[in-house]
Design a protein. Sequence first.
Length: 437
Amino acid sequence: MKKLRLVILFIAVLALASCLYFLTRGGEEIKKEEEGGMSYFTVKTVNEDIKEISLINTSGVFGFEKKNGEWMNVFTESVKTSGNTIYAIESILKETYAVDEIEKDVAAMSKYGLDKPVATAKYVTAGGNDGFIKFGNSVVGAKYYFTVNDKDVYTMDISEAGLFLVGMRAFADMTLINEEIADIYSVTLCSGGEEITVSRKSEEELKEESADALFSYGLVSPVKENASPNDVQHLFEMIGNTAAMEYDPYANDEACGFIDSGKYFSYKAKDSSGKFIVGSKTSDGSVYVKAEGKKGAYKVSREEMAFMDYTAFDLVDKHIALYYIDEVSKVIIEAHGEKFELVTGDAPALNGRSIDKDAAQDFYRSLISLTYQGNVAKETDSSVAEVIITFHTANGKDETRYVKYDAMNYAVLRNGKMEFTIQKKFVEKILGLIKEL
């Protein structure tokens, strides 16, 4: 009796195993697994090593070749791929899973968008065998129709199918500048003829015990002024992170608008420097960009190139003249036929008359709060200034001339350059305050 029970138990276990086998394998269904509540089964397995892959999708045509176990991009020269996307694609090609079997021996592939696939991946194995996957329409945004033989149609989860729809950024480092942002110390922009250069100050400048030493960067062109720290940091981050969407090694310079462009940006860093020419817009509103002296062209989105719209006003520290009060021996203001001489220090005086020290310091704080308001956008006669403010320091005189610009604004002439404006009402308020001392 005991032996009979063991035989019956053995037969039951064998029957259960057989049932499980046929449930999990049948026809082309070689493997099923539950993942996130969705069933998968294998429709094709490649048992050889894959040595070549070509991918065509709406972003372009990409070629890959495996060398010494590593996938290389061959859309330009052989360059090691960046990231793991190509290895994920290889894995899917070697064992292709489906979510649903839709139709066998399909009469019209157009029903599923497979007559004009959104992506096609072809491969060649080490043994010379080839194959493909074609992707058609999406299914409710969660799956894609696909075929591996142009006869049978399945669906693939979008998390896997989406890997075949990516652009060049998924396979190559398309960052234009391979430098740490902290190592970039100078940037030049040229758009429309005017060069704007902002550079890190020297160690000597930063050691000075002056208000200028509060600013690590300064504009060098078109004016020599302190630069706004936050705006400079943002600019450097934008340039340092600029990445292209596509790269064409055979792009024609003339067709891309590089000949006599006049637009460019350049950088200097700890261990490298570079200059990039900005060409014309592409059909989709992006911009062609190329590294000076090199072939080919990058295609960069307009958003990535937004830094080319920066003006000197965007980068300059808006304080017109900024000094600690103990750096200044006196301030002279000339306006509308009047002259005011303010002596600073422990015994402040205005035009030879002693004034309250706190009142003098309050006025001085108002004076150095004068800020630029905008860019000079038209030619202006700078020979006659309506207001002149001169700071006398240990290093000499710092003169700012406020020139008539329009009904509401003065053009500001400093260090021989006139790039910015200020609203007249702010200058007139300073004149009112000094008369009250």
